[in-house]
Design a protein around this ligand. Sequence first.
Ligand SMILES: [Zn+2]
Length: 355
Amino acid sequence: MVFQNIPILRAAGSCGIQYDRNVSGAEVRAQCPFCNDSRKRLYLNTERDVFHCHRCKKSGNSITLYAEINGISNAAAYRELAEQAACDCPPLPFSQKDLCRKKSENIIKPLAERSQIYSDMLQMLELLPKHRLNLQNRGLDMSAIKRNGYRSVPKKYGRLYSKTMYLLSGKYDLSCVPGFYRKNGRWHMAAMDGFFIPVRDAEGQIQGLQIRLDNGGDQKYKWFSSNGYPEGTKCSAFLHVVNGKTGKKTYITEGALKADTAFSLMGRDVCLIALPGVGSMKGLDSLLQKLNISELTEAFDMDKDTNPAVQMSVQRFYELMKETGVAVRSLKWNPAYKGIDDRLLAGKRQEGLAA
Ligand SMILES: [Zn+2]
C-alpha cells in the first residue's frame, strides 16, 4: 500500500486549528488545541509535516494530530484525510472559508442519512414546557406535537447539548449535515434559542430543520444551517409535506409549522404542502407530479390581497400551476386572520363557544 503524504496544514485545517496564513518559511505558528494556548506556540512544520507545541510539548505528524483531535485510530485518521484530499479540496494554501464555500455548494449529506441523523438527535432532545405551550396555543393537540417531533434547541454548551453532540458525533459523520460543524476537533450545532421544526418530504423523511426563534423580532424562523462553518454546510429551503399520499385533497400554504397546524386543526385526511416562503417554489412542480396532483387549493396568507410583493409571488405561483397543468382553487377568509391556521383556530374556538 502506498501512503500518500498528508500536508500538516491540511490536517490542521480539517481539525479546525487556527494558524497564521501569511508565512513564508517552513514553520507555521498555530493555536494548540491540546493545551488551548492562545499565544500560538504550536509549530506546524510544512517541510516535514510534523507539529510540536512549545508549551505542552505535544508533538506528532499529520495523521496523529488528526487522530488525537478526533479521538479515532491512526488508520481511520489516514483514511479520512486521504478521502478529503481525494474529494477535490482546493490545493494548499487554502483558506477555510474557501473550503466551506466549496462544500456547501457541492456536498450535502444525502437525504436518508440526514433524516436518520436529525431523527436520532430529536429523540435525544426534550421539548420545554414553554415551547409545548406555544405549540398548543397555535391549535396543535398533544398527539400532533408528539407525532411531528418538535424539540427545544438545547442550550449551547449545556449538559443536554454536550451529551447530544457526544452521542451523535460518536455514531455519525456529521460533516456536510446542515446545522453541524467541527471546531477544535469537536462537533457543535449552530444552536439558537427556540424549537426545532422537522421539515419533511412526501415520505415523512426529515429533509432539514427549521428553528422557531424565541426572540426573533421580524424574523421568526431560521433554517438550522452551518453555512460558512468548518465542515458545515447550508440548508436549502425545503418544501414540507404533511400526509403526502396520492389521491387526497391537497392544500398549499407557506411555512412548515403552519401546514402542520392547519392539518391538525382540520382533522381531516387531506394533504398539505408548505412552501418555505410564498415566493420559493423550487421543486414544487416535480413534487406535484410525484404525488399525481391535478387539483390544488391555494391557502396562502391573506396579505396576498394587500401586499404587492406577495401579490407578485402569488401571481408567479398561478403561472407555474398553469404551465404544470394543475387546476387551482383560491381559498379566502376574513383578512383579520392572516394565515389559514389562524382562521381555523378562530373557527374552532367559535365552535367551542357555541357548543
Ligand atoms: Zn500545547
